[in-house]
Design a protein around this ligand. Structure first.
Ligand SMILES: Nc1nc2c(ncn2[C@@H]2O[C@H](COP(=O)(O)OP(=O)(O)OP(=O)(O)O)[C@@H](O)[C@H]2O)c(=O)[nH]1
Ligand SMILES: [Mg+2]
Length: 458
Protein backbone atom coordinates (compact mmCIF):
# COMPACT_ATOMS: atom_id res chain seq x y z
CA UNK A 1 0.00 0.00 0.00
CA UNK A 2 1.17 3.54 -0.72
CA UNK A 3 2.50 5.35 2.31
CA UNK A 4 0.74 8.59 1.49
CA UNK A 5 -2.78 7.22 1.36
CA UNK A 6 -5.07 8.90 3.86
CA UNK A 7 -6.31 6.41 6.44
CA UNK A 8 -8.99 6.26 9.11
CA UNK A 9 -10.02 3.90 11.89
CA UNK A 10 -11.94 3.72 15.11
CA UNK A 11 -9.34 4.15 17.86
CA UNK A 12 -11.56 3.41 20.82
CA UNK A 13 -13.05 0.03 21.77
CA UNK A 14 -15.84 -1.71 19.93
CA UNK A 15 -19.34 -1.83 21.40
CA UNK A 16 -21.69 0.91 22.53
CA UNK A 17 -20.19 3.63 24.67
CA UNK A 18 -20.83 7.29 25.47
CA UNK A 19 -18.13 8.50 23.11
CA UNK A 20 -15.82 7.14 20.43
CA UNK A 21 -12.74 8.51 18.69
CA UNK A 22 -12.14 8.06 14.99
CA UNK A 23 -8.68 8.97 13.79
CA UNK A 24 -7.73 10.14 10.31
CA UNK A 25 -4.16 10.54 9.06
CA UNK A 26 -2.68 11.55 5.72
CA UNK A 27 -2.24 14.56 3.51
CA UNK A 28 -5.87 14.59 2.39
CA UNK A 29 -7.26 14.32 5.94
CA UNK A 30 -8.46 17.94 6.23
CA UNK A 31 -9.72 18.27 2.66
CA UNK A 32 -11.74 15.06 2.71
CA UNK A 33 -13.15 15.44 6.19
CA UNK A 34 -14.22 19.03 5.54
CA UNK A 35 -16.62 17.71 2.87
CA UNK A 36 -18.52 15.86 5.59
CA UNK A 37 -18.51 18.58 8.23
CA UNK A 38 -20.70 21.59 8.65
CA UNK A 39 -19.57 24.34 8.90
CA UNK A 40 -16.77 23.04 6.73
CA UNK A 41 -14.96 26.38 6.31
CA UNK A 42 -14.71 26.76 10.04
CA UNK A 43 -13.05 23.36 10.20
CA UNK A 44 -10.54 24.23 7.47
CA UNK A 45 -9.63 27.54 9.09
CA UNK A 46 -9.64 26.28 12.68
CA UNK A 47 -6.42 26.54 14.65
CA UNK A 48 -4.33 23.40 15.11
CA UNK A 49 -5.28 21.41 18.23
CA UNK A 50 -8.34 23.61 18.75
CA UNK A 51 -11.59 21.75 19.32
CA UNK A 52 -14.90 22.72 17.70
CA UNK A 53 -18.38 21.33 17.32
CA UNK A 54 -19.66 20.27 13.85
CA UNK A 55 -22.48 18.41 12.23
CA UNK A 56 -21.25 15.31 10.43
CA UNK A 57 -23.19 14.84 7.19
CA UNK A 58 -23.77 11.90 4.95
CA UNK A 59 -23.26 13.73 1.68
CA UNK A 60 -25.30 11.29 -0.39
CA UNK A 61 -28.41 11.25 1.77
CA UNK A 62 -27.88 14.80 3.03
CA UNK A 63 -28.72 13.55 6.48
CA UNK A 64 -26.95 14.45 9.68
CA UNK A 65 -25.29 11.40 11.21
CA UNK A 66 -24.09 12.96 14.45
CA UNK A 67 -22.85 16.06 16.16
CA UNK A 68 -19.14 15.64 16.62
CA UNK A 69 -16.11 17.52 17.78
CA UNK A 70 -12.95 17.45 15.70
CA UNK A 71 -9.37 18.26 16.59
CA UNK A 72 -6.92 19.09 13.84
CA UNK A 73 -3.24 18.23 14.12
CA UNK A 74 -1.08 19.82 11.45
CA UNK A 75 1.97 17.93 10.15
CA UNK A 76 4.56 17.39 11.57
CA UNK A 77 3.05 18.07 14.99
CA UNK A 78 0.89 14.99 15.21
CA UNK A 79 1.16 11.40 16.42
CA UNK A 80 1.94 10.08 12.93
CA UNK A 81 3.79 13.18 11.79
CA UNK A 82 1.17 13.62 9.03
CA UNK A 83 -1.91 15.84 9.00
CA UNK A 84 -4.31 14.19 11.42
CA UNK A 85 -7.79 14.62 12.81
CA UNK A 86 -9.43 13.06 15.82
CA UNK A 87 -13.19 13.01 15.52
CA UNK A 88 -15.02 12.50 18.78
CA UNK A 89 -18.50 11.22 18.07
CA UNK A 90 -21.17 9.43 20.07
CA UNK A 91 -20.14 5.86 20.73
CA UNK A 92 -23.02 4.02 19.07
CA UNK A 93 -22.07 1.30 16.61
CA UNK A 94 -24.38 2.67 13.91
CA UNK A 95 -22.93 6.18 14.27
CA UNK A 96 -19.38 4.89 14.05
CA UNK A 97 -20.15 2.66 11.07
CA UNK A 98 -21.84 5.50 9.18
CA UNK A 99 -19.06 8.00 9.84
CA UNK A 100 -16.36 5.55 8.79
CA UNK A 101 -18.25 4.50 5.65
CA UNK A 102 -18.78 8.15 4.66
CA UNK A 103 -15.04 8.72 4.99
CA UNK A 104 -14.30 5.63 2.91
CA UNK A 105 -16.68 6.82 0.20
CA UNK A 106 -14.80 10.11 0.05
CA UNK A 107 -11.57 8.28 -0.70
CA UNK A 108 -10.06 7.52 2.68
CA UNK A 109 -8.76 3.96 3.24
CA UNK A 110 -9.40 1.87 6.31
CA UNK A 111 -6.22 1.76 8.42
CA UNK A 112 -4.54 -1.57 8.91
CA UNK A 113 -3.58 -2.81 12.37
CA UNK A 114 -0.90 -0.62 13.90
CA UNK A 115 -0.75 1.59 10.83
CA UNK A 116 -0.84 4.88 12.72
CA UNK A 117 2.08 3.74 14.86
CA UNK A 118 3.94 2.42 11.83
CA UNK A 119 3.62 5.81 10.14
CA UNK A 120 4.75 7.53 13.34
CA UNK A 121 7.82 5.27 13.33
CA UNK A 122 8.55 5.76 9.61
CA UNK A 123 8.20 9.53 10.00
CA UNK A 124 10.73 9.53 12.82
CA UNK A 125 8.21 10.44 15.53
CA UNK A 126 9.37 7.54 17.68
CA UNK A 127 11.69 4.56 17.53
CA UNK A 128 10.56 0.98 17.49
CA UNK A 129 10.88 0.36 21.22
CA UNK A 130 8.73 3.34 22.02
CA UNK A 131 6.08 2.18 19.54
CA UNK A 132 6.17 -1.29 21.10
CA UNK A 133 5.93 0.23 24.57
CA UNK A 134 2.72 2.05 23.62
CA UNK A 135 1.26 -1.20 22.35
CA UNK A 136 2.26 -2.90 25.61
CA UNK A 137 0.65 -0.13 27.65
CA UNK A 138 -2.57 -0.91 25.80
CA UNK A 139 -2.35 -4.69 25.91
CA UNK A 140 -0.63 -5.46 29.22
CA UNK A 141 -2.38 -7.66 31.74
CA UNK A 142 -0.52 -6.93 34.94
CA UNK A 143 0.55 -3.78 36.76
CA UNK A 144 4.17 -4.84 36.60
CA UNK A 145 4.04 -5.19 32.81
CA UNK A 146 2.41 -1.79 32.69
CA UNK A 147 5.22 -0.37 34.84
CA UNK A 148 7.87 -1.70 32.45
CA UNK A 149 6.04 -0.48 29.36
CA UNK A 150 5.54 2.99 30.80
CA UNK A 151 9.19 3.38 31.78
CA UNK A 152 10.32 2.21 28.36
CA UNK A 153 7.87 4.63 26.78
CA UNK A 154 9.40 7.39 28.86
CA UNK A 155 12.86 6.53 27.58
CA UNK A 156 14.48 3.99 29.92
CA UNK A 157 14.98 1.55 27.01
CA UNK A 158 16.52 4.18 24.75
CA UNK A 159 18.86 5.33 27.47
CA UNK A 160 20.13 1.85 28.22
CA UNK A 161 20.57 0.88 24.57
CA UNK A 162 22.43 4.14 23.96
CA UNK A 163 24.71 3.40 26.94
CA UNK A 164 25.49 -0.13 25.71
CA UNK A 165 26.13 1.19 22.21
CA UNK A 166 28.57 3.86 23.39
CA UNK A 167 30.38 1.42 25.63
CA UNK A 168 30.72 -1.16 22.88
CA UNK A 169 31.95 1.50 20.50
CA UNK A 170 34.65 2.48 22.96
CA UNK A 171 35.65 -1.16 23.40
CA UNK A 172 35.92 -1.45 19.62
CA UNK A 173 38.14 1.63 19.51
CA UNK A 174 40.46 0.14 22.13
CA UNK A 175 40.39 -3.22 20.44
CA UNK A 176 41.30 -1.71 17.09
CA UNK A 177 43.96 0.46 18.64
CA UNK A 178 45.66 -2.68 19.81
CA UNK A 179 45.73 -3.94 16.24
CA UNK A 180 47.43 -0.79 15.03
CA UNK A 181 49.78 -0.32 17.97
CA UNK A 182 50.36 -3.80 19.33
CA UNK A 183 53.49 -2.67 21.18
CA UNK A 184 51.64 -0.05 23.25
CA UNK A 185 51.04 -1.86 26.46
CA UNK A 186 49.05 0.93 28.09
CA UNK A 187 46.48 0.83 25.34
CA UNK A 188 45.99 -2.87 25.04
CA UNK A 189 46.86 -3.78 28.57
CA UNK A 190 47.58 -7.37 29.37
CA UNK A 191 45.20 -10.16 28.45
CA UNK A 192 42.80 -8.01 26.44
CA UNK A 193 42.00 -5.68 29.27
CA UNK A 194 39.78 -3.61 27.03
CA UNK A 195 37.20 -6.38 27.35
CA UNK A 196 36.60 -5.73 31.05
CA UNK A 197 33.84 -3.23 30.25
CA UNK A 198 32.15 -5.91 28.22
CA UNK A 199 31.77 -7.93 31.43
CA UNK A 200 29.67 -5.13 32.94
CA UNK A 201 27.45 -5.04 29.88
CA UNK A 202 27.11 -8.81 30.04
CA UNK A 203 26.04 -8.62 33.68
CA UNK A 204 23.59 -5.84 32.90
CA UNK A 205 22.08 -7.88 30.06
CA UNK A 206 21.80 -10.92 32.30
CA UNK A 207 19.89 -8.86 34.87
CA UNK A 208 17.56 -7.55 32.22
CA UNK A 209 16.81 -11.09 31.08
CA UNK A 210 16.26 -12.20 34.67
CA UNK A 211 13.73 -9.41 35.18
CA UNK A 212 12.04 -10.33 31.94
CA UNK A 213 11.68 -13.93 33.15
CA UNK A 214 10.12 -12.78 36.42
CA UNK A 215 7.68 -10.53 34.62
CA UNK A 216 6.82 -13.30 32.17
CA UNK A 217 5.99 -15.57 35.10
CA UNK A 218 3.25 -13.19 36.19
CA UNK A 219 2.39 -11.91 32.72
CA UNK A 220 -0.95 -13.61 32.62
CA UNK A 221 -1.53 -12.98 36.30
CA UNK A 222 -0.31 -14.80 39.37
CA UNK A 223 -1.69 -18.16 40.38
CA UNK A 224 -2.80 -19.01 43.91
CA UNK A 225 -4.20 -22.44 44.74
CA UNK A 226 -6.54 -22.86 47.70
CA UNK A 227 -5.38 -25.94 49.56
CA UNK A 228 -6.15 -27.81 52.74
CA UNK A 229 -7.72 -30.98 54.07
CA UNK A 230 -11.04 -32.29 52.79
CA UNK A 231 -14.10 -30.42 54.06
CA UNK A 232 -12.08 -27.42 55.25
CA UNK A 233 -14.22 -24.99 53.24
CA UNK A 234 -11.92 -24.50 50.21
CA UNK A 235 -14.70 -24.59 47.63
CA UNK A 236 -16.86 -22.29 49.76
CA UNK A 237 -13.98 -19.81 49.87
CA UNK A 238 -13.26 -20.21 46.14
CA UNK A 239 -16.86 -19.34 45.22
CA UNK A 240 -16.75 -16.38 47.58
CA UNK A 241 -13.56 -14.98 46.04
CA UNK A 242 -14.72 -15.29 42.44
CA UNK A 243 -18.19 -14.03 43.28
CA UNK A 244 -20.41 -16.83 41.97
CA UNK A 245 -21.23 -20.48 42.68
CA UNK A 246 -18.71 -22.03 40.30
CA UNK A 247 -18.00 -25.27 42.20
CA UNK A 248 -19.94 -27.70 44.34
CA UNK A 249 -19.89 -27.39 48.11
CA UNK A 250 -20.92 -30.36 50.21
CA UNK A 251 -20.43 -31.68 53.72
CA UNK A 252 -19.10 -34.98 52.42
CA UNK A 253 -15.33 -35.21 52.26
CA UNK A 254 -13.79 -35.35 48.81
CA UNK A 255 -16.38 -33.21 47.04
CA UNK A 256 -13.80 -31.49 44.87
CA UNK A 257 -11.86 -33.97 42.79
CA UNK A 258 -10.39 -31.85 40.05
CA UNK A 259 -8.52 -28.55 40.17
CA UNK A 260 -10.78 -25.75 38.95
CA UNK A 261 -9.50 -22.26 38.25
CA UNK A 262 -10.97 -18.82 37.62
CA UNK A 263 -9.44 -15.42 37.06
CA UNK A 264 -10.26 -12.51 39.32
CA UNK A 265 -8.89 -9.01 39.68
CA UNK A 266 -7.97 -8.18 43.26
CA UNK A 267 -6.34 -4.84 44.02
CA UNK A 268 -5.81 -4.28 40.30
CA UNK A 269 -3.87 -7.51 39.84
CA UNK A 270 -5.07 -10.40 37.74
CA UNK A 271 -5.08 -13.53 39.87
CA UNK A 272 -5.84 -17.11 38.92
CA UNK A 273 -7.36 -18.76 41.97
CA UNK A 274 -7.57 -22.52 41.94
CA UNK A 275 -9.89 -24.71 43.97
CA UNK A 276 -8.20 -28.04 44.63
CA UNK A 277 -9.01 -31.54 45.86
CA UNK A 278 -8.58 -31.82 49.64
CA UNK A 279 -5.38 -33.43 50.90
CA UNK A 280 -6.34 -36.78 52.41
CA UNK A 281 -5.29 -40.42 52.78
CA UNK A 282 -7.78 -41.73 50.30
CA UNK A 283 -7.73 -45.12 48.58
CA UNK A 284 -10.13 -44.01 45.86
CA UNK A 285 -8.21 -43.79 42.61
CA UNK A 286 -9.93 -40.70 41.21
CA UNK A 287 -9.42 -38.79 44.47
CA UNK A 288 -5.75 -39.78 44.40
CA UNK A 289 -5.50 -38.32 40.90
CA UNK A 290 -7.07 -35.11 42.18
CA UNK A 291 -4.63 -34.90 45.07
CA UNK A 292 -1.72 -35.39 42.68
CA UNK A 293 -3.01 -32.34 40.80
CA UNK A 294 -3.26 -30.43 44.07
CA UNK A 295 0.43 -31.03 44.65
CA UNK A 296 1.22 -29.83 41.14
CA UNK A 297 -0.69 -26.61 41.82
CA UNK A 298 1.04 -26.21 45.19
CA UNK A 299 4.43 -26.52 43.51
CA UNK A 300 3.72 -24.19 40.62
CA UNK A 301 1.61 -21.60 42.44
CA UNK A 302 3.03 -18.15 43.11
CA UNK A 303 1.44 -18.35 46.55
CA UNK A 304 -0.86 -20.59 48.61
CA UNK A 305 -4.05 -19.99 50.53
CA UNK A 306 -4.27 -22.66 53.19
CA UNK A 307 -7.79 -23.23 54.52
CA UNK A 308 -7.87 -25.00 57.83
CA UNK A 309 -10.96 -25.49 60.02
CA UNK A 310 -11.01 -23.87 63.47
CA UNK A 311 -12.63 -26.93 65.02
CA UNK A 312 -9.89 -29.43 64.13
CA UNK A 313 -6.29 -29.92 65.09
CA UNK A 314 -3.66 -29.68 62.37
CA UNK A 315 -3.38 -33.13 60.74
CA UNK A 316 -0.41 -34.96 59.23
CA UNK A 317 -1.27 -34.07 55.63
CA UNK A 318 -1.24 -30.39 56.55
CA UNK A 319 2.08 -30.80 58.35
CA UNK A 320 3.49 -32.47 55.24
CA UNK A 321 2.34 -29.56 53.11
CA UNK A 322 3.84 -27.05 55.53
CA UNK A 323 7.13 -28.88 55.52
CA UNK A 324 7.35 -29.00 51.77
CA UNK A 325 6.59 -25.33 51.11
CA UNK A 326 8.31 -22.13 52.08
CA UNK A 327 6.28 -20.56 54.90
CA UNK A 328 6.57 -17.11 53.29
CA UNK A 329 4.54 -18.39 50.38
CA UNK A 330 1.53 -19.28 52.54
CA UNK A 331 -1.35 -17.46 54.17
CA UNK A 332 -3.85 -19.17 56.41
CA UNK A 333 -7.61 -18.86 56.43
CA UNK A 334 -8.98 -20.47 59.56
CA UNK A 335 -12.56 -21.40 58.65
CA UNK A 336 -15.64 -22.35 60.68
CA UNK A 337 -15.26 -19.63 63.32
CA UNK A 338 -18.99 -20.17 64.03
CA UNK A 339 -18.12 -23.63 65.36
CA UNK A 340 -14.98 -22.71 67.32
CA UNK A 341 -13.31 -19.35 68.03
CA UNK A 342 -10.11 -20.65 66.37
CA UNK A 343 -7.82 -18.99 68.89
CA UNK A 344 -5.83 -22.15 69.53
CA UNK A 345 -5.21 -22.72 65.85
CA UNK A 346 -4.44 -19.04 65.44
CA UNK A 347 -1.67 -19.36 68.03
CA UNK A 348 -0.18 -22.31 66.16
CA UNK A 349 -0.12 -20.36 62.90
CA UNK A 350 1.38 -17.40 64.68
CA UNK A 351 4.21 -19.59 65.97
CA UNK A 352 4.79 -20.75 62.41
CA UNK A 353 4.85 -17.09 61.31
CA UNK A 354 2.03 -17.68 58.86
CA UNK A 355 -0.28 -14.68 58.52
CA UNK A 356 -3.92 -15.68 59.04
CA UNK A 357 -7.49 -14.57 59.61
CA UNK A 358 -10.24 -16.47 61.41
CA UNK A 359 -13.56 -16.35 59.56
CA UNK A 360 -16.91 -17.94 58.98
CA UNK A 361 -17.28 -18.84 55.34
CA UNK A 362 -20.90 -19.94 55.22
CA UNK A 363 -22.25 -16.41 55.23
CA UNK A 364 -21.16 -13.33 53.33
CA UNK A 365 -20.43 -11.11 56.33
CA UNK A 366 -16.68 -11.37 56.12
CA UNK A 367 -16.15 -11.28 52.39
CA UNK A 368 -14.55 -7.82 52.44
CA UNK A 369 -12.18 -8.83 55.21
CA UNK A 370 -11.13 -11.91 53.20
CA UNK A 371 -10.60 -9.98 49.96
CA UNK A 372 -8.58 -7.30 51.78
CA UNK A 373 -6.43 -10.00 53.38
CA UNK A 374 -5.76 -11.58 49.96
CA UNK A 375 -5.08 -8.18 48.38
CA UNK A 376 -2.38 -7.39 50.96
CA UNK A 377 -0.96 -10.86 50.43
CA UNK A 378 -0.76 -10.40 46.65
CA UNK A 379 1.00 -7.05 47.13
CA UNK A 380 3.52 -8.75 49.38
CA UNK A 381 4.06 -11.60 46.92
CA UNK A 382 4.76 -9.17 44.10
CA UNK A 383 7.15 -7.11 46.20
CA UNK A 384 8.98 -10.16 47.45
CA UNK A 385 9.63 -11.28 43.90
CA UNK A 386 11.77 -8.14 43.69
CA UNK A 387 10.85 -7.47 40.14
CA UNK A 388 12.63 -4.44 38.88
CA UNK A 389 11.11 -2.78 35.91
CA UNK A 390 13.76 -3.53 33.29
CA UNK A 391 13.66 -2.53 29.66
CA UNK A 392 12.57 -5.66 27.79
CA UNK A 393 8.88 -5.63 27.08
CA UNK A 394 8.35 -7.79 24.00
CA UNK A 395 9.40 -11.20 22.71
CA UNK A 396 11.18 -9.56 19.77
CA UNK A 397 13.29 -7.47 22.12
CA UNK A 398 14.01 -10.48 24.31
CA UNK A 399 15.24 -12.50 21.32
CA UNK A 400 17.64 -9.76 20.23
CA UNK A 401 19.01 -9.37 23.77
CA UNK A 402 19.56 -13.15 24.02
CA UNK A 403 21.38 -13.03 20.68
CA UNK A 404 23.63 -10.25 22.01
CA UNK A 405 24.28 -12.15 25.23
CA UNK A 406 25.34 -15.22 23.28
CA UNK A 407 27.71 -13.17 21.12
CA UNK A 408 29.35 -11.69 24.21
CA UNK A 409 29.58 -15.13 25.78
CA UNK A 410 31.28 -16.38 22.64
CA UNK A 411 33.87 -13.62 22.75
CA UNK A 412 34.66 -14.44 26.39
CA UNK A 413 34.87 -18.14 25.74
CA UNK A 414 37.41 -17.67 22.99
CA UNK A 415 39.28 -14.60 24.23
CA UNK A 416 42.55 -16.46 24.22
CA UNK A 417 42.29 -17.67 20.67
CA UNK A 418 40.44 -14.84 18.97
CA UNK A 419 42.49 -12.14 17.33
CA UNK A 420 41.57 -8.47 17.67
CA UNK A 421 40.15 -8.39 14.14
CA UNK A 422 37.62 -11.08 14.95
CA UNK A 423 36.70 -9.58 18.32
CA UNK A 424 36.15 -6.20 16.73
CA UNK A 425 34.04 -7.85 14.03
CA UNK A 426 31.91 -9.63 16.66
CA UNK A 427 31.41 -6.38 18.56
CA UNK A 428 30.32 -4.64 15.39
CA UNK A 429 27.71 -7.35 14.92
CA UNK A 430 26.41 -6.54 18.40
CA UNK A 431 26.09 -2.88 17.37
CA UNK A 432 23.99 -4.11 14.44
CA UNK A 433 21.76 -6.05 16.83
CA UNK A 434 21.31 -2.93 18.95
CA UNK A 435 20.39 -0.94 15.85
CA UNK A 436 17.82 -3.59 15.03
CA UNK A 437 16.49 -3.38 18.59
CA UNK A 438 15.53 0.27 18.21
CA UNK A 439 14.36 -0.27 14.63
CA UNK A 440 17.16 1.55 12.81
CA UNK A 441 17.85 -1.36 10.51
CA UNK A 442 14.68 -3.39 10.66
CA UNK A 443 13.42 -4.41 7.24
CA UNK A 444 9.94 -3.78 5.87
CA UNK A 445 8.66 -7.36 6.32
CA UNK A 446 9.66 -7.48 9.96
CA UNK A 447 8.14 -4.05 10.55
CA UNK A 448 4.87 -5.24 9.04
CA UNK A 449 4.96 -8.27 11.29
CA UNK A 450 5.57 -6.13 14.38
CA UNK A 451 2.91 -3.52 13.67
CA UNK A 452 0.41 -6.17 12.63
CA UNK A 453 0.29 -7.31 16.23
CA UNK A 454 -0.96 -3.86 17.29
CA UNK A 455 -4.64 -2.98 17.50
CA UNK A 456 -6.64 -1.34 14.75
CA UNK A 457 -6.69 2.41 15.24
CA UNK A 458 -3.31 2.40 17.02
N1 LIG B 1 -20.18 -24.09 59.90
C1 LIG B 1 -19.42 -23.81 58.86
N2 LIG B 1 -19.44 -24.63 57.83
C2 LIG B 1 -18.65 -24.34 56.76
C3 LIG B 1 -17.83 -23.19 56.74
N3 LIG B 1 -17.16 -23.19 55.58
C4 LIG B 1 -17.59 -24.27 54.89
N4 LIG B 1 -18.48 -24.96 55.58
C5 LIG B 1 -19.17 -26.18 55.23
O1 LIG B 1 -18.23 -27.22 55.19
C6 LIG B 1 -18.59 -28.18 54.20
C7 LIG B 1 -17.44 -28.40 53.27
O2 LIG B 1 -17.26 -27.21 52.52
P1 LIG B 1 -16.50 -27.23 51.14
O3 LIG B 1 -16.34 -25.82 50.74
O4 LIG B 1 -17.14 -28.15 50.19
O5 LIG B 1 -15.12 -27.82 51.63
P2 LIG B 1 -13.87 -28.28 50.75
O6 LIG B 1 -12.66 -27.90 51.51
O7 LIG B 1 -13.99 -27.75 49.39
O8 LIG B 1 -14.00 -29.83 50.77
P3 LIG B 1 -13.48 -30.93 49.70
O9 LIG B 1 -13.84 -30.45 48.33
O10 LIG B 1 -14.20 -32.15 50.08
O11 LIG B 1 -12.02 -31.05 49.88
C8 LIG B 1 -19.83 -27.63 53.53
O12 LIG B 1 -20.95 -28.24 54.12
C9 LIG B 1 -19.77 -26.15 53.85
O13 LIG B 1 -21.06 -25.55 53.88
C10 LIG B 1 -17.84 -22.34 57.89
O14 LIG B 1 -17.14 -21.32 57.96
N5 LIG B 1 -18.66 -22.70 58.92
MG1 LIG C 1 -14.09 -28.62 47.61
Amino acid sequence: MEENETIAALSTGKGNAALAIIRISGNKAFEILSKCLNPSKQFLSSVPKGINLYKFYNKESQKIIDEVTAIKYVSPKSFTGEDMVEIICHGGEIVIDEIVSCLLKEGISLAEKGEFSKRAFLNGKMDLIKAEAIDQIIQCKSRKQHGVALEVYQGSGDRKIFKWKEEIKSIIINCEASIEFPEEDDIIGKGKKYLSKLKDIYQDIKNELKNREKIKAIESGISIPIVGIANAGKSTLFNKIIGFERVLVHHEEGTTRDAVSEEVIIGGERIRVIDTAGLSETKIQVEKMGIKKTWEEINSGNGIIWVTPANREIVDKEKEMLERIKKEKIIGIISKKDLNDGEKKGKTLEEMKIPYIIVTLINNDEKEKIILFIKEYVEKLLNENEIENGIICTKRQEEIIIRIMNKIKNVFKKTDVLGEEIISHELRLILKDLAEYVGETTNEDILDEIFNQFCIGK
